[in-house]
Design a protein around this ligand. Structure first.
Ligand code: SF4
Length: 350
């Protein structure tokens, strides 16, 4: 059955054939804590015959979300520790996050901001909060880049987005504006001339980071939506999360990175999953992640290589965590490992 509106409750999921009626009560308990939304496009991508479907795993809630582990945190990447005013996260000197909205067109079951997004979340900035956030950016001349995230900033109407972007455009020291979004994948029809005109209305260099985790998300419609953005002059990069049962497989990961590059989207970040509450069923070890990332080296083009990163809990920022290919041996000598796992001396001996 194809849905024509987003699925938002356990009852909707039973009706759409995405969960069994026997699990409705447990899923309602999950829903009372973490928002559910599955757009019609995403519902249509789910293979109901496959109990391990990687699209379903990302969006259909699971009773496992009720299991909390001691290392999990409500604010796993420490946004709160670096928020000088509501809606701003200023973690690194030259850039800020501007979180204008905490709503998304879909809710990912592994979301690192799952305690902040959704109908019970932090909502949209009020006009006075938005004024204060923009005043903060204007007052800090070291801010070179503004990253609109949330929530998904592309849920805002083109008119609202345009208003915010024009205000950022008036701040001389801001040179780059970046959006983090899932919209081109989950609601590709919304990527129209009005939207990309709004995105570009700051007049700054404009980047869109597309969040997708499985190659099946890069449908012809999603690729066409990305092409419209890119052809309008916007640069696109990717961000993905390494997730058990979704993309923790060398072939799937390679296919995902190739799909981005074929779509003219440069693979950018591959996130190690954060310690978000109720997400332990998605987490793999760092060693498993490093082995998967190393498997991309020989398998796919250099263009397809993302940077594997960990957001250090507590708000200490991102660290690159790929396995090292080079080890110091002392005296200016190194051992370097090639993509087949063979070791070589550098500089070569003799
Ligand atoms: S789109 Fe981003 S902010 Fe929204 S639910 Fe998914 S991971 Fe969280």
């Amino acid at each position: 059955m194809t849905a024509h509106r987003p699925l938002r409750t356990a009852g909707d999921l039973v009706e759409a054939g995405l969960i069994d009626a026997s699990t409705e009560e447990a899923i309602s308990r999950v829903a009372s804590r973490y928002a559910i939304a599955i757009s019609p496009v995403v519902a249509g991508l789910i293979d109901r015959a496959d109990p391990q479907d990687p699209i379903a795993r990302q969006f259909v809630p699971d009773a496992a979300e009720l299991t909390l582990t001691p290392e999990e945190r409500a604010d796993p990447i420490g946004d709160g520790a670096h928020s000088p005013v509501t809606g701003i996260v200023h973690r690194y000197p030259d850039r800020v996050l501007l979180k204008a909205v905490h709503v998304c067109p879909v809710y990912c079951r592994f979301c690192f901001r799952r305690e902040m997004v959704g109908p019970q979340g932090l909502g949209t900035l009020t006009p006075s909060e938005l004024d204060a956030a923009i005043a903060y950016i204007a007052d800090h001349s070291e801010i070179w880049e503004v990253i609109l995230t949330g929530g998904d900033p592309l849920v805002l109407s083109p008119r609202r987005l345009g208003e915010i972007l024009e205000r950022l455009g008036a701040i001389d020291h801001v040179k780059v504006v970046r959006f983090h979004t899932r919209v081109p994948v989950v609601e590709p029809h919304r990527v129209d001339a009005d939207l990309f005109a709004a995105l570009k209305s700051s007049g700054k260099a404009t980047y869109v980071a597309l969040h997708a985790n499985h190659p099946r998300e890069l449908t012809p419609e999603a690729r066409a939506a990305a092409a419209r953005l890119i052809d309008s002059g916007i640069v696109m990069v990717s961000q993905s999360v390494l997730l058990k049962g979704v993309n923790d497989d060398p072939e799937v990961l390679a296919e995902l990175m190739r799909a981005f590059v074929e779509t003219r989207i440069k693979p950018y970040y591959l996130h190690h999953p954060d310690l978000a509450p109720g997400t332990s069923h998605f987490r793999l070890t760092i060693e498993e992640g490093q082995a998967l990332v190393a498997s991309l080296r020989g398998r796919v083009s250099g263009l397809c290589q993302p940077t594997y990163i960990l957001d250090i809990p507590g708000g200490h920022g991102k660290a690159v965590i790929s396995a090292g290919a080079i080890e110091a041996e002392g005296g200016g000598c190194y051992t370097v490992t090639d993509f087949r796992g063979n070791e070589h001396a550098y500089p070569p001996q003799g």
